[in-house]
Design a protein around this ligand. Structure first.
Ligand code: ADP
Ligand code: MG
Length: 336
């Protein structure tokens, strides 16, 4: 009697075809075992984070599939960068509607493969389910920092400079543009050129996590956090964790030309810029003596960094514009 030859299921074939190419670390075992195995780099702590996206909540169901996986991975990479960690790998849990076709999956996986290679962050495993609900892409990522050195939110010191990377508010304005399609076009109201509107939309679709300066953050920051729910609310969280206040000069906020143009047409958009979310920049506190070295390292890495204010005694993050403190109806993006 011959033994039973096991044929791979459709699910196994799907995983092998689309996801095995991303599993380049030997510990992933080619996605062929129940679990993966990882020896932490010697002398390092593992930094763990998870974040995901759901169709209709974090992306539009008709967004290009290659961008969806990349966005989910980049949200996690941004957390690692803010903690001064270098990426080691990630896990991927997918819940997909029955209507998801092969072309969608192929594009989704190809986008993810591109970023896994770009950020040197291979896939270690995951889970794939069908769902009666909207598509959901959940990622858990892990990074490495020298033992005991993960950069925290809770360690900012009075007198520190506050620095933010990149520009803020672009993605929040990009979402407004996307939502405004078919109605009275916000791009027109804000007097944006086509290139400016494209810039804002792109910043929402695909964030640029600042992993290139993770090492500089590790070396110089006294405290840091990922800006994902709006600078106003996120900086307030850092202040609360550190039991300090922050005084931010609104005139010094780094804004793209597109955001500046929109703000000139509609000054009330400052609230969207500061509370809208999806920036995936890093806000950090550092000692004034380290500011020049940090900015030089950021420049060398091609990441803009701008000093926007100071850490002070007290509570809360104050955004000061023409001598007055801005008040926000809703300081931070929150799902609840
Ligand atoms: P289990 O039954 O133990 O949950 P699965 O059959 O779900 O295992 O998965 C088999 C293998 O395929 C595992 O190594 C798992 O990590 C991997 N895998 C499943 N789905 C994905 C995915 N979306 N991305 C990466 N690896 C996956
Ligand atoms: Mg499983």
């Amino acid at each position: 009697m011959s033994g039973h030859e096991y044929e791979p299921s459709a699910e196994e074939r799907l995983i092998a075809r689309h996801f095995r190419p991303l599993a380049t670390h030997p510990g992933a075992l080619g996605l062929g075992d129940d679990a993966a195995v990882l020896t932490p780099p010697s002398g390092c702590d593992l930094v763990l984070t998870t974040d995901g996206v759901i169709a209709g909540v974090h992306f539009f169901p008709d967004d290009p599939p290659d961008k969806i996986g990349r966005k989910a991975l980049r949200m996690n990479l941004s957390d690692l960068a803010a903690k001064g960690a270098r990426p080691v790998g990630f896990l991927l849990a997918l819940a997909l509607p029955a209507a998801t076709d092969e072309a969608w999956l192929a594009a989704f996986a190809a986008g993810l493969a591109e970023d896994a290679a770009r950020y040197d962050c291979p896939l270690f495993g995951g889970d794939t389910d069908r769902t009666p609900g909207p598509a959901s892409v959940s990622i858990a990522a892990f990074g490495a920092v020298p033992h005991g050195r993960m950069v925290r939110r809770s360690t900012a010191k009075i007198g520190d400079c506050v620095v933010v990377t990149g520009t803020i508010g672009d993605a929040a304005l990009g979402v407004e543009l996307r939502r405004g399609e078919g109605r009275r076009d916000p791009a027109e109201r804000w007097r944006l050129t086509a290139a400016m509107a494209a810039h804002l939309r792109q910043r929402y679709l695909l964030p640029e996590p600042r992993n290139a300066i993770a090492e500089a953050v590790l070396r110089h920051a006294t405290a840091a956090m990922d800006v994902s729910d709006g600078l106003a609310g996120d900086l307030a969280k850092l202040c609360r964790a550190s039991s300090v206040a922050a005084e931010i000069d609104v005139a010094r906020l780094p804004l793209s030309e597109a955001a500046r143009t929109a703000l000139a047409a509609e000054p009330a958009l400052i609230e969207t810029v500061l509370t809208g979310g999806d920036d995936y920049e890093i806000v950090l506190a550092l000692a004034p003596k380290d500011l020049a070295a940090f900015c030089a390292a950021a420049r060398a890495a091609g990441v803009p960094a701008t000093e926007i204010g100071r850490i002070a005694a007290g509570r809360g993050a104050r955004f000061i514009h023409d001598g007055r403190t801005l008040a926000f109806a809703r300081p931070s993006f929150s799902h609840f």
